[in-house]
Design a protein around this ligand. Structure first.
Ligand code: NAP
Length: 217
């Protein structure tokens, strides 16, 4: 696939690099310096290049949205028309000092994003793991047990695209249901962040769901 990265920081830089290693064509965009985008593209190797948000989005089969909530409107404006595009968003609706969600309980960042770009097809994914975990999960992707990564969205074909990308970077893709389920996954992402950065788990924290045989009583 051709993948446009909107936001080439911790999440976008790492995921874009791994998408390229998995064989996808990647355009890195939206950082404060063009040098950084060039360096990312050079070091990711594979079919990668730096570009503007518009270039990243317009030719893409899927777009990864990985910017701070305060930058969403700006990056969407720069990306241009996203009608029909698969938008995989890892952006959490955090306040300016990253201490809490500004949208929660009765809606989610993913749902608010979908309202901003009604003609795009939004999937929420990748925000429930710390970015530090991505490279080691990718290295271990051929092992029998993979960590889980939940995703949700309303459009089945874009969810298939997201699930493929999730598997490509080494996770089990767990379909959590429609986009409104992001109301539950986004606060869960904060729990993971709390455990990773302030608990004992450390930023290498990832998780797996275990299936237990059902006992009929
Ligand atoms: N990091 C995590 O572990 C994690 C986990 C779960 C969810 N998330 C969510 O994922 C999203 C991205 O997080 P992140 O940690 O990847 O953030 P980040 O490292 O700050 O990356 C954001 C990107 O946006 C760029 N940017 C910021 N302001 C800009 C401006 N004025 N003009 C152009 N580019 C600008 C940054 O440029 P520079 O590269 O030049 O700084 C960077 O490339 C956030 O919504 C966050 O809540 C993050």
């Amino acid at each position: 696939m051709r993948i446009g990265i909107l936001g080439s920081g911790l999440m976008g830089g790492k995921l874009g690099t791994l998408f390229a290693r998995a064989g996808h064509e990647v355009v890195f965009s939206y950082a404060r310096s063009e040098q950084k985008l060039k360096k990312l593209a050079r070091e990711a190797k594979g079919k990668t290049r730096p570009g503007t948000p518009r270039e990243a989005a317009q030719e893409a089969d899927a777009v990864l949205l990985a910017v701070h909530w305060s930058r969403i409107d700006d990056v969407l404006k720069q990306a241009g028309d996203l009608s029909g595009k698969v938008i995989v968003s890892c952006s959490l609706p955090m306040n300016d000092n990253d201490t809490g969600l500004v949208v929660a309980h009765t809606s989610s960042g993913a749902e608010e994003l979908a309202k901003k770009i009604p003609k795009a097809r939004v999937v929420s994914a990748f925000n429930t793991v710390p970015s530090e975990v991505f490279f080691s999960v990718f290295e271990a992707r051929r092992k029998a047990t993979r960590p889980s990564l939940v995703y949700c969205g309303d459009d089945s074909s874009s969810k298939r695209v997201a699930a493929e990308l999730i598997r490509d970077v080494g996770f089990d893709a767990v379909d959590a249901g429609p986009l409104r389920i992001a109301r539950y996954t986004e606060p869960f992402a904060l729990l993971v962040g709390q455990l990773a950065y302030e608990g004992k788990g450390g930023p290498e924290l990832a998780y797996r769901f275990e299936r237990h045989p059902r006992k009929v009583r």
